[in-house]
Design a protein around this ligand. Sequence first.
Ligand SMILES: CC(C)(COP(=O)(O)OP(=O)(O)OC[C@H]1O[C@@H](n2cnc3c(N)ncnc32)[C@H](O)[C@@H]1OP(=O)(O)O)[C@@H](O)C(=O)NCCC(=O)NCCS
Length: 331
Amino acid sequence: MKIQAAITAVHGYVPDYVLSNEVLETMVDTNSEWIETRTGIKERRILKGKGLGTSDMAVEAINKLLKKKNISPEEIDMIIVGTVTPDHIFPSTSNIICDKLGATNAWGYDISAACSGFLYSLETGKQFIETGKCKKVIVVGADKMSAITDYTDRSTCIIFGDGAGVVLLEPNTEGFGIVDSILRADGSGRKYLFQKGGGSVQPPTMRSVANHEHFVYQEGQAVFKFAVKGMADVSAEIMERNNLSGEEVAWLVPHQANKRIIDATARRMNIGSEKVMLNIQRYGNTTSGTIPLCLWDYEKQMKKGDNIILSAFGGGFTWGAIYLKWAYNTK
Ligand SMILES: CC(C)(COP(=O)(O)OP(=O)(O)OC[C@H]1O[C@@H](n2cnc3c(N)ncnc32)[C@H](O)[C@@H]1OP(=O)(O)O)[C@@H](O)C(=O)NCCC(=O)NCCS
């Protein structure tokens, strides 16, 4: 009997504060229409409040998920957190989440893969379920991007937002769950999208702060070109090697970085826009959060047995696609 790792619940959390394109117009030299036509984004959420970090958003989402499933925190075996905005350099955000939840039997760690963070984490969680080592793994995609966004840089501050999405992985022996995955990495792309300061190469100094080196640096056009190709290639490849036609795919769940990247991926997969999960207009790019937040938003529309392709591209570069058969219906 083959054990597959199946998503058996999803939940999400986005902060209340809405940062609209119109408000951004008052902060940098931009306009609402440019942002919407070039990216698809209308507004994004920002986590306000002193002392609040990525773990707080994840804990909100996990607590609701546990309540929905009637599971106690002690039953969780493991928590894996995809994030590039951990609460601290150490300890891991997973560690902090376990403490805040009271998940006293869980262990885990953070995975740094930028916008592919959720896919990398899901693939990692899958292994612990498939080997039988764990029965309940929480996979988190969460980022407080506002902490590393330069609100004087119009080319990046229009893109990012804060949010957390979480899923529960459990064993399934009926043919539902994760079927296949392709994960890729090419570190030579780091120069196009990275945060220069704060790590061991460039520890914080007065100068690094003054030079805005603790924020996201991005060469947008270069990233755009790699992202279009990377996301489309890997999505087409996973369909091909699983003999899936566009018609057989029920949903594409793409990383929400730019609507034009998403459209190009859907075209390459030969699937209509009605099958593409989209919430970029409301949340912007929440980095690791985008894919689980989409699953949360569209949970009621997915049906047991649906063929679903998750697909992402991010800093590093990192990218990948995961093919899964949805495991449950939601009333
Ligand atoms: C960032 C991004 C939206 C910029 O869009 P673009 O169409 O590539 O725009 P460009 O960078 O070519 O800039 C075009 C013009 O718009 C201007 N511009 C840039 N940001 C602007 C803004 N916020 N408002 C108005 N104009 C802006 C540029 O200065 C440039 O002007 P110029 O032609 O006079 O020099 C786009 O490149 C992108 O989405 N890249 C990928 C981002 C991504 O996926 N990142 C995460 C990876 S996971």
